[in-house]
Design a protein around this ligand. Structure first.
Ligand SMILES: Cc1cc2nc3c(=O)[nH]c(=O)nc-3n(C[C@H](O)[C@H](O)[C@H](O)COP(=O)(O)OP(=O)(O)OC[C@H]3O[C@@H](n4cnc5c(N)ncnc54)[C@H](O)[C@@H]3O)c2cc1C
Length: 400
């Protein structure tokens, strides 16, 4: 069976991007297609993580994308970063997934909410790719209700905190050097008793309990983490004690916005593969692209992709216009949840139709279109499920 060899689509629409953004995107696409695209089949088959990927991204200037240049970052806005994420996903979704865990979920949050000492200690090494980052929020009993049901606790003892608890479904967990972890410092105060900590993998009492086996984005390591009397120095408390919920909520809107390009990248790739296949696969003496039912599918895929892309750019641009600390509530909270809801649904639809156009071949695990199909589901689950996104949207609309 042949491996898909479709070349990247150089016609990716760019109406809303500046000349600079288009140039950055096209250069990135070329690099990711030559360096990372060839790795994806082995990553999926063997759940293999290429250790050189993060350092290579650092070397090429693709880490710390939204971090200031004085800390070794690229100083880009979210929209420019999102188009890089889109083409990284297009070329290799699993590397892009780990990039998101590192660059957005962990690094960007430490950069935005950490103090000068924390920025100096952690940000440059994460921008170079020397250290890999992860975010530990979800727990076995605390998913959609991550704040309210959180059981991981941190108690202060002199010059350090002692953390106890378990975090699950943590992207990069098994390979992370640095983790941004949320824990309750005051069990009586509910969501107002949560704090954020920077944990290093070498801290006493921290361990990776297991690497998890997932359906899509395979190769990007996902893990369960245990904190068993884990000693964290007080200097590693991010922000004020009991102010963690605010850090988490402001970060989550940006995380949702930056997950949208994943849906666009997967949707674009699935459409390109389907277009190629429809024009080469022959049945009834002609290519299947001649059949109106196939044309209808391709047209609908394009419509949903372009609608999602327009919504994506609008929501991400809105994040660029928000001062730090002002996300996590109001219009931006609603808009980012809606953009991710819409794009995740579009990507799921497009990948499903792309498999349908590939017929039996699309059902084979080793085809790229099958890999994309297996990736899409998590876009409806992680960073708040579709149901949670609807709760956010309705909640904001119904606020008095
Ligand atoms: C591949 C992957 C990567 C991830 N990476 C990270 C990471 O890096 N860091 C991290 O902290 N977390 C991560 N997560 C966790 C992710 O954010 C959670 O899985 C997600 O928030 C959902 O939580 P849950 O899985 O516990 O589902 P649950 O909360 O148990 O939900 C189960 C179902 O019930 C529904 N539901 C729950 N409450 C309500 C309600 N009030 N009304 C209606 N329906 C409801 C949900 O929508 C869902 O359909 C990752 C998850 C996956 C799968």
């Amino acid at each position: 069976m042949t491996v898909d060899t479709v070349l990247p689509n150089t016609q990716i629409p760019s109406y809303e991007l500046s000349t600079d953004q288009i140039e950055i995107r096209d250069q990135a696409l070329k690099f990711f297609m030559s360096e990372f695209h060839p790795l994806q089949e082995r990553m999926d088959n063997e759940d293999w993580w290429p250790e050189h990927a993060i350092p290579k991204l650092g070397e090429m200037g693709y880490l710390g994308q939204t971090v200031g240049e004085e800390y070794g970052g690229a100083g880009l806005d979210y929209l420019t970063s999102s188009v890089i994420a889109e083409v990284m996903t297009y070329a290799n979704p699993a590397i892009a997934f780990s990039w998101l865990g590192h660059d957005n979920l962990c690094l960007n949050n430490i950069y935005r909410s950490g103090n000068e000492d924390q920025r100096n200690r952690y940000v440059p090494k994460m921008c170079s790719g020397e250290w890999i980052g992860a975010l530990g929020m979800t727990e076995p009993g605390a998913g959609s209700d991550a704040l309210g049901s959180m059981r991981t606790r941190a108690r202060r003892e002199g010059d350090h905190y002692v953390l106890n608890g378990t975090k699950i479904f943590i992207t990069n967990g098994p390979i992370a050097d640095v983790l941004l972890v949320y824990a309750k410092t005051d069990m009586e105060k509910g969501t107002r008793g949560i704090s954020a900590f920077i944990v290093e993998k070498g801290f006493e009492g921290f361990r990776v309990a297991q690497k998890l086996d997932k359906m899509g984005f395979r190769g990007s390591p996902l893990g369960e983490l245990v904190f068993d009397d884990c000693i964290v120095p007080v200097e590693n408390l991010v922000g004020e004690e009991n102010q963690g919920a605010r850090i988490m909520m402001t970060g989550l809107d940006i995380e949702r916005a930056m997950a949208v390009p994943f849906a666009i990248g997967i949707g674009q790739r699935a459409l390109d593969l389907a277009l190629d296949y429809a024009q080469t696969r022959e049945q009834f003496g002609k290519t299947i692209s001649n059949f109106q039912m196939i044309q209808s599918k391709l047209a609908e895929m394009y419509i949903r992709l372009e609608a999602a892309r327009s919504f994506a750019y609008r929501a991400i641009r809105a994040c660029d216009n928000m001062p730090h600390g002002e996300t996590g509530r109001g219009d931006i909270h609603k808009l980012t949840a809606a953009a991710l809801f819409h794009s995740a649904e579009a990507a799921t639809f497009i990948a499903d139709e792309a498999v349908q156009i590939h017929g039996g071949m699309g059902y084979m695990r080793e085809t790229e279109v099958n890999r994309l199909y297996r990736c899409t589901k998590v876009l409806e689950i992680a960073a708040g499920t579709q149901e949670v996104r609807k709760m956010i949207i309705a909640g904001e609309m119904l606020k008095g």
